[in-house]
Design a protein around this ligand. Structure first.
Ligand code: ADP
Ligand code: MG
Length: 250
């Protein structure tokens, strides 16, 4: 081994090529045995390094997303719901151009119909496509923003959420109406408008959203921004939760 090769492990460490550092010798042996060209050898090592980084990124994105476990597309039964098709949901995942333009997705429907499960399924699909997603109950996020506002850090908190191309606000109808809370919800919507996407689930239709904001003017302004570039899905049918409960009793 010449001098340059002897310092290879150290150089690879400095370059943070951890996978190459572990595998370069074994792959070199294989390369010699199988008569690979130098280019082939280098390409194989690069490929291994990149694949490992991609894996790690996915794991990191999944962890930070706080998506509810098990609520994925594979376990969703589309026969049990009306108004939403598998093709529609798959298109949202496979052609995520709507995320690039910061469009929103609104999921309406009665309690137990599968809104959270669907929103989460889309979240998982987008994460797999390399898109950063954050799932939160709407009320927890509003409380978080309210605290930030009290500490005069609302702008910071909103900017921090910008790293997520998609923010899922689950159950917007459960936000309790206090002045502070509702105005931070409005500020969140206005902040992300035409820049980053929101996926919102709600068991209340727009007519009842007056309950969520300070006054009608704010409600209208919030809804205007949300629906300007939005896909709206109306989930219909019987509550899956209720059906499952009844089934377990028989
Ligand atoms: P919602 O958010 O509309 O109240 P959820 O998404 O929480 O409803 O659904 C209630 C429960 O039923 C969850 O455990 C969910 O995984 C399950 N569920 C709902 N719809 C379906 C479906 N079509 N296929 C499989 N599981 C479903
Ligand atoms: Mg729900």
């Amino acid at each position: 081994m010449n001098n340059a090769a002897a310092s290879l492990p150290l150089m690879l460490k400095q370059l943070r090529l951890s996978v190459v550092r572990v595998h370069w010798e074994a792959v070199a042996e294989k390369a010699v045995n199988d008569h690979w060209s130098p280019q082939q050898y280098l390409a194989e090592l690069c490929h291994m390094e990149l694949a490992n980084r991609e894996d790690k990124r996915l794991t990191r994105y999944l962890k930070e997303s706080s998506l509810p476990s098990g609520k994925q597309l594979a376990s969703f039964d589309f026969d049990a719901i009306e108004g939403v098709s598998k093709t529609q949901i798959k298109a949202l995942i496979d052609a995520p151009s709507w995320v690039k333009t910061g469009d929103n997705l609104l999921l309406f429907g009665a309690s137990g119909i599968g809104k959270t499960h669907l929103a989460s399924s889309i979240g998982y699909g987008l994460v797999e496509a390399g898109i950063r997603v954050k799932f939160s109950s709407a009320s927890a996020l509003v409380q978080h923003l309210q605290k930030a506002k009290q500490g005069l850090r609302l702008e910071d908190a909103l900017l921090k959420l910008d790293k997520y191309a998609v923010l899922i606000l689950d159950d917007i109808g459960y936000i309790r109406k206090t002045d502070q809370e509702t105005s931070v919800l409005f500020e969140l919507i206005a902040h992300r408008y035409e820049r980053h996407s929101l996926i919102i689930t709600s068991n209340q239709s727009f007519e009842d959203w007056d309950e969520l904001f300070d006054d009608t003017v704010m409600t209208v302004a919030a809804i205007d921004r949300l629906v300007h570039h939005a896909k709206i899905l109306q989930c219909k049918g019987e509550s899956y939760r209720r059906k499952a409960m009844l089934k377990s009793k028989t």
